[in-house]
Design a binder for this molecule. Structure first.
Ligand SMILES: Cc1ncc(COP(=O)(O)O)c(C=O)c1O
Length: 423
């Protein structure tokens, strides 16, 4: 499509948007009665209007039936999570029984490493991206130490080449081959939280497994953002949170994917009673008998309020249609790049260096811009103008127009405001 950097053109794109009604389903933050332009769905997604009702239903069941709600509420709490799995499994591309909605992301990463990081002999190393999210770094460091290894030796971090911002797949593959006798696990973000780079999960998985290692992904910035095919890519495990692109609220319940080939195995794991076979769980007998699905990794009683807010947000996705969301995401992000190019072209010298890769298969809706001059001042001016974007030292502004509630007009306004600020 031939874009134009005009308000009228952006409004025309909004008029043709099959998801245009969905913005109304969210509460957009306001200041002095004016709706703000929220580009921080990569950090905390906005609140769906219906979430309150879903929470109230749990409150009412609790009030009316107390603990009996687990079995006798209109939607019994025992099976409540089953309503989430069809949409969630479509979003991450897996079979419903390969999913378990539980805990938070950092906890789940630990649980997955208990099962999937099983160092033996000289095969004890983990390969990951440099600048992985801090929780992931600390998680790997402490697991490695727990097994008696030195993190300096056991964790191999791969960096972008000198002068580049993102990591080349060929470099990842080369390191996998180089360390093929020593790798126990390859663990990457699906999308790096800083650069916005989408990693080639299919190829990395294939190469890791060919080297005899397991392949896992932290999908915090990928789930609900880009198309994923975890099962078909043969990924061993993955974890993500639901408060970013999945709009389920601060600290909302997270989820894991575990490939079905592990469900019936005698895999090492940390167990809790909620992972015990459902039919006999309440006999409360000795000896752990896991549910033979990803739910066998559950620990304790589900947080019903969190499940309810997650369900509310997933029901919005279901109604909008996951394909439509992806279609709009690609168009909206392409329009953002176009508008940013126009901003650069309007300056005597470019002001924005893109950190996020430009190729459509290598980014989601998050774009990281390295500001070549006066980055912090530009960021402060954008915030003062009502644009929610974020700042990462030393000079990076991140923003993510989200297809469910952001508009083409907002993207155009962003470019317009940036130009005015630069003047
Ligand atoms: C990539 C990534 N991994 C892990 C985490 C930690 O998630 P949580 O605080 O929900 O455990 C985050 C949080 O933003 C993240 O962005």
């Amino acid at each position: 499509m031939q874009f134009q950097n005009t308000l009228a053109f952006a409004q025309q794109l909004d008029a043709n948007d099959p998801l245009k009604e969905f913005r109304e389903q969210f509460i957009i933050p306001e200041k002095d009665g004016k709706k703000q332009i929220y580009f921080l769905g990569n950090s905390l997604g906005l609140q769906p209007k219906r979430t309150n009702d879903y929470l109230q239903r749990i409150m009412k069941d609790w009030a009316a039936l107390g603990v009996e709600s687990f079995f006798h509420a209109k939607e019994p709490w025992m099976d409540y999570h089953d309503a989430l799995t069809p949409t969630l499994s479509q979003i991450v591309g897996c079979k419903p029984h390969e999913l378990s909605v539980m805990n938070n992301l950092s906890v789940n990463l630990h649980l997955m490493l208990v099962s999937f990081y099983r160092p033996q002999g000289k095969r004890f190393k983990i390969l990951c991206e440099a600048k992985a999210f801090p929780s992931d770094q600390y998680m790997m460091e402490t697991h490695v130490k727990h097994h008696g290894y030195n993190p300096e030796e056991a964790i191999i971090e791969i960096k972008p080449r000198e002068g580049e911002h993102t990591i080349r797949t060929e470099d990842i593959l080369q390191i996998i081959v180089q360390h093929k006798e020593e790798l126990a696990l390859v663990l990457f973000g699906g999308i790096n939280y800083y650069s916005g780079q989408v990693f080639d999960m299919k190829t990395i998985t294939h190469m890791a497994q060919a080297a005899g290692a397991k392949a896992g992904f932290d999908l915090a910035h990928a789930a609900g953002n880009i198309e994923l095919q975890l099962h078909d890519w043969n990924v061993d495990f993955a974890c993500w949170c639901s408060y970013k692109y999945l709009n389920s609220g601060p600290g909302a319940v997270a989820a894991v994917y575990i490939h079905e080939r592990y469900h019936k195995s005698e895999m090492n794991r940390f167990a809790g009673w909620w992972g015990y076979e459902k039919a006999t769980r309440f006999k409360m007998e000795k000896g752990f008998m896991p549910i033979q699905s990803a739910e066998g990794w559950q620990l304790g009683t589900p947080a019903m309020f969190m499940l309810a807010s997650h369900r509310a947000a997933l029901d919005v996705v279901k109604e909008a249609g996951w394909e439509n969301i992806n279609g709009k995401r690609k168009l909206l992000t392409a329009y953002l790049w176009y508008v940013l190019d126009e901003v650069n072209a309007s300056q005597a010298a470019p002001i924005i260096e893109y950190i996020t890769p430009r190729n459509e298969t290598e980014h989601g809706c998050h774009v990281s811009m390295n500001m070549l001059q006066k980055g912090k001042e530009i960021y402060n001016a954008l915030m003062a103008e009502g644009f929610f974007v974020d700042w990462r030292e030393p000079s990076v502004i991140r923003l993510a127009p989200v297809p469910l509630y952001n508009t083409f007009e907002e993207v155009w306004k962003f470019g317009d405001a940036l130009k005015k600020i630069l003047k």
